[in-house]
Design a protein around this ligand. Structure first.
Ligand SMILES: [Zn+2]
Length: 237
């Protein structure tokens, strides 16, 4: 698999970050709906982590990760749909997907896997929030499955975009998470921020910041699926 040269990728990401930053400033001033573009033929699965009986990690104020995940996931669906993507959500309400046999978590994860596989998507994004004993730790972190070269390249691009737009300074990492390993769909898991950091938590619970995060992720998706693919060389280089 051939991906962009580091130089080209850096330039693309820098341009995308600049335009996303401008858009986020405009977003914070007006929340007017822009006109949707024609479908681009690409599909993205958005997985809002946890839900229902599984709230995920809990913030310093008691906010549940599952609620923040769903807020960002819905906002991301809005931006991706407007950009011409078909979006498939693993959940749209504060519910879990358990119901079959096996343990609660196994049943919930199997249902998500089935949705991802049936979507035949170009990309799967699982939305989560982080938590850590040290309260000063903050910032968005992107994970990929170690077995997926494409997932790694996508995660690195997404991390660079989020670092630029959200002011984080992290490196994409491989992560042993079922959701990014359970299908052939190129997948990334995004821990958007730390609910254990009071300052970051106070941002993550607001609709405005959730929109900013979602817009940043949408920008990352566009760099990955439109710009990188468009300039991907067909011959070896
Ligand atoms: Zn989580």
């Amino acid at each position: 698999m051939k991906f962009l040269t580091a130089k080209k990728r850096t330039l693309l990401i820098a341009l995308a970050v600049i335009s996303a930053l401008i858009a986020v400033i405009i977003l914070s001033i007006v929340t007017a709906a822009s006109s949707a573009v024609a479908p681009n033929g690409m599909t993205v699965v958005i997985d809002a982590g946890h839900g229902g009986r599984d709230g995920g990690v809990v913030g310093t104020t008691g906010v549940k990760e599952s609620e923040v995940n769903l807020g960002i996931a819905k906002s991301l669906r809005h931006f991706l749909t407007e950009a011409g993507y078909k979006v498939v959500m693993t959940r749209e309400t504060d519910t879990d997907l358990a119901g079959g046999g096996g343990s609660f978590k196994q049943s919930d994860m199997r249902a998500r896997k089935e949705i991802i596989e049936n979507a035949n998507a170009d990309l799967m994004i699982s939305i989560h929030q982080n938590s850590y004993p040290r309260k000063d730790i903050c910032g968005a972190q992107v994970f990929y499955a170690a077995s997926s070269e494409r997932g790694k390249a996508y995660a690195e691009t997404m991390q660079s975009v989020l670092n630029g737009t959200l002011g984080s300074d992290r490196v994409a990492k491989s992560g042993d998470y079922y959701i990014i390993q359970c299908s052939e769909t190129p997948s990334v898991l995004i821990e958007c921020g730390f609910l254990s950091n009071p300052k970051e938590e106070s941002l993550l619970v607001t609709a405005t910041y959730q929109q900013k995060v979602a817009y940043s992720i949408m920008t990352g998706v566009r760099v990955i699926l439109e710009e990188e693919r468009a300039v991907q060389p067909s011959s070896s280089a």
